[in-house]
Design a protein around this ligand. Structure first.
Ligand SMILES: NC(=O)c1ccc[n+]([C@@H]2O[C@H](COP(=O)([O-])OP(=O)(O)OC[C@H]3O[C@@H](n4cnc5c(N)ncnc54)[C@H](O)[C@@H]3O)[C@@H](O)[C@H]2O)c1
Length: 301
């Protein structure tokens, strides 16, 4: 595949690493002349890490000839099969970058934005070919984080969303499809709730920065990579699981009518448990927490 990357900063470099590691040709364009040496330096640091984590299957580093820099968007995206935009987080700028990309990219190419929070509906409005525009939101550090949030907007074709998912999966990412768009997607909604409270706790004098960070490190952070907040509610609810938890906190007060959003939440947690008993999930969580505690000790914490 030939991949065009518009914006070669922190996220652009992460995308370059993923695509090059899987043998694809990558063309980057960036208005800052310092972007090229910085991106190349980031790649050099990424290769041993990608090899260690199993995302780079070859003994040799990827062929340097697979990477090229183009002076402008038109020459970068000409002939591209897939375009990933990672310019600054600014709606006006993204709209103009997408218009330029749209004009020069081949008809079949999907155009994805790395935007952390702008809905793709805002970016695609008024564009010539909005149906091929999607969000493909990576996470920092982009060379190591598998998750990519994928979502289309009001005018996105289903085929563009599924094609983007396939592309990300093919380079070792873990694409996560959102059922509908929302500012901040899933990750930044979760993160902003946590960040907002972390700052508020310090400003209110409840604890200092160390207390807030320790609260996560020695508490929920220890389990949360394996057991997310909703599966954790299932474990916290005793024998009745998620229903027990919601009843205890007063949000579940009887039978729910069909189609109720809370019923969807409960069904989703049971689907995630996938037939495992509370005890089985607890056992797995416990083994996980023990490993994480050993890792913290290894890191001198
Ligand atoms: N930093 C993060 O943690 C993070 C995480 C996920 C998503 N994102 C998103 O990814 C995008 C890029 O973020 P970043 O952290 O890589 O920023 P960055 O500042 O490191 O990179 C942006 C790059 O875009 C370049 N650029 C500016 N105008 C341009 C133009 N007209 N044409 C081509 N290139 C241009 C800049 O020179 C810069 O190198 C943003 O939308 C951001 O929200 C960032």
């Amino acid at each position: 595949m030939r991949i065009a990357l518009v914006g070669g900063g922190l996220m652009g470099a992460g995308w370059a690493a993923a695509f090059l590691a899987h043998g694809h040709r990558v063309v980057v364009t960036d208005t800052d002349p310092k972007a090229e040496p910085a991106l190349r330096a980031r790649l050099e640091r990424a290769w041993p890490l990608l090899r260690e984590v199993g995302d780079l299957a070859t003994e040799a580093d990827p062929d340097p000839d697979l990477l090229a820099f183009a002076p402008d968007i038109a020459s970068a995206v000409t002939g591209a099969d897939f375009v990933q935009e990672s310019g600054p987080e600014d709606l006006g700028l993204k709209r103009s970058l997408f218009a330029e990309i749209d004009k020069a990219a081949p008809e079949g190419a999907v155009i994805a934005s790395s935007s952390s929070g702008i809905p793709i509906s805002e970016i695609q409005r008024g564009q010539a070919r909005p149906e091929r525009m999607v969000i493909g939101h990576p996470l920092n550090p982009p060379h190591l984080m598998p998750l990519v949030e994928v979502v289309g907007g009001e005018q996105t074709a289903e085929a563009a969303v599924t094609a983007a998912i396939q592309v990300y999966r093919s380079v070792g990412k873990r694409p996560l499809r959102l059922d509908r768009e929302t500012p901040g997607h899933i990750v930044n909604r979760l993160q902003s709730a946590l960040t907002r409270e972390a700052v508020a706790i310090v400003l209110e004098g409840v604890g200092d920065a160390r207390a807030v960070d320790d609260a996560l490190t020695w508490g929920p952070g220890l389990r949360s990579a394996l057991v997310g907040p909703l599966l954790n509610m299932h474990l916290a609810g005793g024998e009745r699981g998620i229903e027990g938890f919601l009843a205890a906190f007063g949000t579940l007060t009887g039978d729910l009518p069909a189609g109720d959003p809370m019923a969807r939440l409960i069904a989703g947690v049971h689907a995630e448990a996938a037939g495992r008993s509370i005890a089985e999930i607890e056992d797995e969580r416990d083994r996980w927490v023990i490993r994480c505690r050993r890792l913290l000790a290894e890191f001198g914490r």
